[in-house]
Design a protein around this ligand. Sequence first.
Ligand SMILES: [Zn+2]
Length: 445
Amino acid sequence: VGDERVFIDCGMFQEREFVHRNWDACPVPPESATAVLLTHAHIDHCGLLPRLVKEGFDGLIYCTRSTAALADIMLRDSAHIQEEDAANKRRRHKREGREPKHAQQALFDEVDVINTLPLLTGVRYKQEVQVSKSIRAVFHEAGHILGSAMIEVIAEENGKQRRVLFSGDVGQWNKPLIQDPTLFENADYIIMESTYGNREHIDGGDIGEQFAKIVGDTMARGGNVVIPTFAVERAQEIMFHLSGLVHSGAVPRLRAYLDSPMAINVTGVFLRYRDSLDDEYWNMLKDGRSPLSFPGLVMTKTPSESKMINKDDAPCVIMSTSGMCTSGRIKHHLRHNIQRSASTILFVGYQAHGTLGRQILEKNPRVRIHGRDYPVRAQIAQIYGFSGHADRSDLLRWVGHIKSPPQRVFLTHGDEDAAAALSAEIKDRFQWPVHTPEYQEVVEL
Ligand SMILES: [Zn+2]
């Protein structure tokens, strides 16, 4: 607006075919921007902030208070993983005598993260903030993960006002713990995500009932239920469901381990910022049932505590990371349970092609873990309904709530076919102009 500049999000590309873009130069000098408005703490939205700061940005990064707390955990973890990966790659390349362009170096390190964190400025939902001379912003609940926001940007120039709405990632309605996505009636321009623009979520039925059956059956066989999970949101949702089942007596008294330092820290953030959680959470608390803890739940932080889990002979539930079984402590638990026909490996999230999680889910007869082949004898189960993203119907419900036609809708954050399908549907249903921008395309409003 005029010569004022504000960024919305500053994420890292995580898809293999696009990771090279993380090394592209920032399209404008980082120091020329006054502020960043951050929708939420997922790495594909906040992951390049330390690089931006390293290259000269020193304005404020506005986000909700819980996003600031989660971004602290996520960015430190990302720096740590990158430094390890870079060291491994350097060793491998040296061994192979190769000299690749990037990749031997991390995009940023822990020091860059430490320099970024003080710039994170927590704001409340619905509170208007003046982010530069002509630009104001309001953060609204997005229902995607704890702290996630849709951002309404109000820009003024030459006495004219424009309202630009950024959807961030749109959540699902009626999720446990967090509130529902906010609906809007007006916007001059809408920039919305299109991840599930061509798909509906599979409705597998009541999640609690499926959990109760899987846990009950596995306990009766004397096996363990091993659940690979993401540390943010998914782990807390699983605890919420288990807590409901334990408190209501739907499953027998059991021991359940949350074996992931990151998921344990994230759970702490949920408790610290519980004022933003939904009525369902508070109603459970009022009934004397704690949604994020229950008798028998053990949080294991240290490696030695983690190792003790596999010495526990009684049947138990083990929740651990990473969510697609590509790294982390989950691999140890899979190694100990994959050959046991009494145990169940329970999937609660998407498993990308080529991951160990996908191989197990597709019932490969043998899988390789830590360099050794194991026959898959455990039961394999899956529960649907955990996605943090709105599906096609939800996205149309969200954008369709706008009463007066926007001047344009921009679709981002989706594969080409997902964006194309959603674009066609919005044009057809509402007769609004829709544009799906190319990477680095510049549009003047
Ligand atoms: Zn997200």
